[in-house]
Design a protein around this ligand. Structure first.
Ligand SMILES: NC(=O)c1ccc[n+]([C@@H]2O[C@H](COP(=O)([O-])OP(=O)(O)OC[C@H]3O[C@@H](n4cnc5c(N)ncnc54)[C@H](O)[C@@H]3O)[C@@H](O)[C@H]2O)c1
Length: 356
């Protein structure tokens, strides 16, 4: 089990440099390594540790097992002026999604909207980094993906749908933060159970059922069982929605056919669905921004329930954490650092630099 008694801090630059070195030593091109490292480190900066650089040992194990091609470059085909398709060629999911969103943004800049379907991809980590790619370019976005079976459909008892996150965003106003929604359709993301297992923590009993269909606080038992959908049939329907748009539409695996990032047996064949939308299609940009300011102020200024100190806009908690971690460094359990350094030793690259 991971040593969780000691926490060490790493600057985001050092974390990124370390990830780039590991990936390049594994055969990934410099450009694709940088895109992947940025996505993973951004998750750690935002406090989404379940989808940060601790994913590397399993990603690299998939490379070593020959089920993920580190050298693959995604290929883009233009379908119509506002629609493109990316074939991820079974490379890392991050460059495939990045190319897809870049293309969606370029189309939206000219035509107001761009839609990209991505096939034969792999796990792309935290969806919010792709939403951020769009908001940084001044665009609204939808970011959908499917994923490996983990969640029963409503009324079912075995894993069928993925805990596939639904994400979307919009640039903020002049005095407000961007809107960034990024949520798994389960009560909690499955990666949070892997994090609890790594760190020796218990989990809340409403997150998952064990193989016998009983609530459990043991992450190992939860991973053998099923994740619970949020909001009953509504969470289950959102998971199916992610599969329709990302799996069925793209030509990638669907209906329980995606291989998970911890499974060494086959290519992931993950599908994504990405849309970029220009926010000033129906009014000037100044008016859009002013309206986002109004919405933000109405939301965060809303009357508070007893016991609530502050109301946050979606994505705001993560953004505040990012600001703090950019300044103070990212905390990791010593055992997590040890696991990453073991990868570095295997590949003959320098160990991760920690803050004094
Ligand atoms: N690639 C994959 O296959 C995959 C699968 C599952 C999950 N994930 C990732 O896991 C991550 C975690 O998902 P999750 O569902 O556990 O997220 P979460 O429950 O922590 O947050 C969900 C959303 O709610 C917002 N939120 C949370 N607390 C809030 C509060 N107090 N006030 C206002 N807004 C609040 C967050 O900003 C976020 O947009 C996501 O980044 C997701 O992309 C990825």
């Amino acid at each position: 089990m991971t040593d969780t008694t000691h926490t060490v801090r790493v600057t985001h630059n050092d974390a990124q440099e370390f990830v780039v070195a590991l990936l390049k030593a594994s055969g990934v091109s410099g450009a694709n390594s940088l895109i992947t490292a940025r996505g993973l480190v951004q998750a750690d900066l935002r406090g989404v540790e379940s989808h940060g650089i601790n994913r590397l040992p399993s990603y690299l194990a998939r490379v070593r097992n020959g089920v993920l091609d580190p050298k693959a470059d995604p290929v883009l085909s233009q379908i119509t002026p506002v629609v493109a398709q990316v074939d991820g060629k079974n490379g890392f999911g991050f460059p495939a999604a990045h190319l897809g969103m870049q293309s969606a943004i370029s189309m939206a800049q000219i035509f107001g909207i761009g839609m990209v379907s991505v096939k034969h991809s792999n796990h792309f980590g935290m969806s919010a980094w792709i939403v951020r790619q769009a908001t940084d370019a001044g665009m609204m976005s939808l970011v959908f993906t499917n994923s490996s079976p983990a969640l029963p459909v409503w009324g079912g008892k075995s894993q069928l749908m993925g805990v596939s996150p639904i994400a979307c965003g919009a640039p903020g106003g002049n005095a407000s933060r961007p809107f960034i929604l990024d949520m798994a359709p389960s009560v909690a993301a499955r990666g949070k159970i892997h994090t609890a297992l790594r760190r020796g923590d218990k989990i809340p009993t409403d997150w998952a059922l064990d193989v016998n269909g009983r609530p459990t606080d043991d992450p190992a038992e939860a991973l053998k069982g099923v994740m619970l959908p949020m909001g009953g049939p509504k969470g289950s329907a959102l998971a199916i929605m992610m599969d329709v748009f990302s799996g069925v539409l793209s030509g990638s695996a669907f209906a329980g056919g995606v291989t998970g990032p911890y499974d060494m047996s086959a290519p992931g064949d993950v599908g994504h669905f990405l849309v970029a939308i220009k926010p000033d299609l129906f009014m000037g940009l100044d008016e859009f921004r002013a309206r986002m300011d109004v919405l933000y102020q109405r939301v965060v200024g809303s009357d508070k329930m007893d016991g609530v100190e502050r109301i946050y806009f979606p994505g705001e908690i993560e953004q505040l954490k990012e600001e703090q971690r950019l300044a103070d460094g990212i905390p990791y359990a010593q055992g997590e650092i040890d696991a990453l350094n073991a990868e570095a030793d295997k590949l003959g690259v320098a160990r991760i630099r920690t803050m004094a």
